[in-house]
Design a protein around this ligand. Structure first.
Ligand code: UDX
Length: 458
């Protein structure tokens, strides 16, 4: 419920300023973290730099009251930043580059403004991939935490790699070469996060290295979107190196992210009319671009299963979708294609039987928390590692080889929905759903993590 009035302010209540680069996979978990902090009575302000490519319904100056607390939105804005509808800033890399150059003084001004308004910031929580926010907070003497938006396993891999704490295979060693890192199962080079062996000039890699530097030099706490049961050995192995606090799973479940969607998204109503566990849900996050060939194999593979499907094709990929796929979906009412949906609510719907995913960490956590078996199709970043864990460590799905091929897709979907292994896969999915639910309950992993963090701020 969006309210026009300001949240109640008190100088004695700790004030947490949440700052995020405007990337969907980063804004979403930070917003959920904000809800948990506000529901414990903290004053919470959320700040990002919304642009046309971001699904985000909370405008500058608005507040959202979600029943147990209130979050106020005060965005990064000003001459150096962009107009929210400027199409030049729809590309994630341009956004990061531009923010690196322009956001620091704007954020500093925002922090000063809070003090002048009598609500001095007690702590800044900035997302990973916004190292400028850490620098600004530390330069102003404000304690700050980073919310790491990927798995603890991936953080540990980066940490060990960039600090030369384990023997990693060289770029030339090939995808089968193995690496052993404390707290992690043996991993093949092909399962490592793509940025480890990416060319040094790639900007994401440079931002990541800046992040890791700030983790050691300026960050007071590293909050993790994970929970004890999911990654306990990895979290414990990283504790001597970094002040980590698991505060996940940061997924909104049946509550809306409020991240703004398409007004015409009626996915949940459509799912209501489908039989239990019948629907194949396909979504590849907010950034991934797939090729025309992949899209046509995907469409043909879905058709070949004979099962109902809900397919998210973002507007920027829409022209890749074969016309006959759309026509077949519309004609039979067996399939539905949307430009965006409330994914966490879709995954929590009982009609969804399997999730074909690119394995972004938010999608991974949302799938586990919903107990939905997966077919993994990772592309880059942390996705190969998440795919490895989903299939081989958590045991909730199968890996679809690249490039996308219709027969392989159909076989993988059958394997998790109807084949001889499907019952075991579903049982393991249900186990992870129960673990996530325990982590979310009073006294669970999330509760303990948030309490630890709030106590530290206090
Ligand atoms: C990026 C990286 O690509 C990913 O590898 C990293 O782990 C996090 O940052 P993204 O690709 O967008 O994220 O994937 P993901 O982490 O899964 O986040 C997407 C978010 O958008 C999820 O919270 C998902 O629920 C939401 N979403 C996606 C929707 O709400 N509706 C959709 O239709 C699609």
């Amino acid at each position: 419920k969006v309210q026009s009035q300001q949240a109640p302010m008190s100088s004695r209540v700790p004030h947490v300023l949440l700052v995020s680069a405007p990337l969907q996979g980063h804004v979403n978990p930070l917003l959920v973290l904000g809800r948990h902090l506000a529901s414990r009575g903290l004053l919470v302000t959320f700040s990002t730099a919304p642009h046309g490519g971001l699904k985000f319904g909370h405008g500058d100056g608005s507040t959202v009251d979600f029943g147990r607390g209130t979050i106020r939105f005060e965005h990064l804005k000003g001459g150096a930043l962009w107009a929210s509808d400027d199409p030049r800033y729809h590309d994630a890399m341009d956004v990061l580059r531009h923010l690196e150059e322009t956001a620091p003084p704007v954020l500093a001004e925002l922090i000063r403004g809070q003090s002048e308004a009598g609500r001095a910031v007690s702590c800044v929580v900035a997302n990973a991939f916004a190292p400028w926010a850490s620098r600004v907070a530390s330069g102003m003497g404000v304690p700050h935490a980073m919310l790491w938006t990927e798995s603890c396993a991936v953080l540990s891999l980066f940490y060990h790699y960039f600090h030369s704490l384990a023997d990693f295979p060289s770029r030339e060693a090939g995808p089968g070469a193995m690496v052993a890192v404390p707290g992690l199962p043996p991993l093949a080079a092909g399962d490592l996060p793509a940025l480890i062996h990416a060319p040094e000039e790639i900007m994401w890699r440079q931002v990541l290295i800046a992040d890791l530097r700030s983790l050691r030099e300026t960050v007071t706490w590293v909050l993790l979107n994970t929970f004890d049961e999911l990654e306990r050995p990895t979290i414990e192995a990283l504790r001597p190196h970094l002040p980590v606090i698991p505060v996940g799973p940061l997924c909104s479940g049946t509550e809306s992210h409020g991240s703004g969607g398409h007004d015409d998204d009626d996915s949940v109503a459509w799912l209501d009319a489908q039989p239990p566990r019948s629907v194949v849900f396909v979504a590849f996050g907010s950034l991934l671009q797939i090729s025309r060939d992949e899209m046509s194999e995907l469409a043909a593979g879905l058709a070949a299963t004979g099962r109902p499907f809900l397919l998210v094709v973002r507007d920027d990929n829409r022209e890749l979708l074969p016309d006959d796929c759309l026509a077949a979906a519309a004609g039979s009412n067996r399939g539905k294609v949307v430009a965006w949906c409330e994914q966490a609510r879709v995954l929590a719907h009982g009609a969804v039987g399997c999730f074909v995913t690119h394995c972004g960490w938010n999608s991974t956590v949302e799938a586990l928390a919903s107990g939905v078996p997966v077919v993994t199709y990772p592309a880059w970043a942390d996705q190969p590692t998440n795919a490895k864990f989903l299939a081989d460590v958590y045991g909730v799905g199968v890996r679809l080889p690249k490039p996308m091929a219709r027969d392989a897709l159909r076989r993988c979907i059958e394997e998790v929905m109807g084949g001889p292994e499907a019952v075991a896969v579903l049982a393991r999915s249900a186990k992870w759903k129960a673990e996530a639910s325990a982590a979310l309950s009073t006294g669970g992993s999330l509760d303990k993590g948030i309490q630890e963090f709030v106590a530290a701020i206090l």
